[in-house]
Design a protein. Structure first.
Length: 252
């Protein structure tokens, strides 16, 4: 991403409603689906950015070994300081970790980036996961929703449930749960992205929203989180999340 976007991310990821909803949904999915075994469960945040989610992982799983990796060295330093966990500079296209090093890999809005080869990255996740390890991903939805926001954060791809399910299968993963989220706000998001922001904004939608708007968004996304926690799959939305298990076979 552009340096200004990393700066905004560092300042706002702990305060903005969207990050709170994303992190809550992904952590809820992990806690609901993963075995309740105590101990290490080495975990990787692949594309950790400036460390907001890495810090959440460190808080949620204090007894686990947690690492971060990001392409930007400054982002890694910020992530390590924010989370008190190691974060190294490197590409998800060629992870500098041993085969089977992790039991759990998170990848949040990374496969969509222009610097990422989605197939190679998924194969790297597969390689670095232990047998029957878990991959949990979050990605932006619908290619037709490409906007100036995506340009600002260097997104070149957006996804559907069906497309992501097939992509995971081709890389050797068995999808256990795939759903859209940010459903209730999606009509407003589509209008804002396609009719308003594309004309007036050249940066991303990572901004400090007025308190009433932020509170309204938090109420709706908390309600959605309850639906997701109950195991429901939402029919559309601004993002796609998925939990998948490493299988032995990888398609050619």
């Amino acid at each position: 991403m552009e340096r200004c976007e990393y700066d905004k991310l560092d300042r706002l990821e702990g305060r903005m409603w969207w990050f709170a909803a994303r992190d809550r949904n992904l952590l809820g999915l992990a806690l609901r689906r993963l075995p309740r075994t105590p101990g290490a469960w080495p975990t990787l945040d692949a594309g950790c950015g400036t460390g907001g989610f890495l810090a959440r992982l460190a808080t949620e799983f204090p007894d686990r070994i947690v690492f971060g990796i990001d392409l930007d060295p400054l982002a890694c330093r910020l992530a390590a300081a924010k989370s008190a966990r190691p974060a190294c500079a490197g590409s998800v296209n060629a992870l500098p970790f041993a085969d089977g090093a992790f039991a759990l890999v998170f990848s949040l809005d990374v496969l969509c980036h222009r610097e990422v080869d989605e197939r190679r990255a998924l194969l790297q996740f597969h390689r670095c996961l232990a047998d029957h390890g878990w991959l949990i991903v979050n990605l932006p939805a619908y290619q037709w929703m490409m906007s100036r926001h995506d340009c600002a954060v260097h997104n070149v791809r957006r996804y559907t449930v069906e497309g992501l399910t097939q992509l995971l299968a081709d890389a050797g993963f068995r999808s256990v749960y795939v759903s859209y989220w940010n459903t209730l706000l999606f009509p407003l998001m589509a209008i804002a992205r396609k009719l308003v922001h594309n004309r007036i904004r050249t940066t991303s939608d990572v901004i400090a929203y007025p308190r009433p708007i932020d509170a309204f968004c938090r109420i709706l996304t908390r309600f959605e989180s309850l639906l997701l926690r109950a195991g429901l799959r939402l029919p559309f939305g601004g993002s796609v999340l998925a939990a998948a298990v490493k299988e032995d076979h990888v398609a050619d």
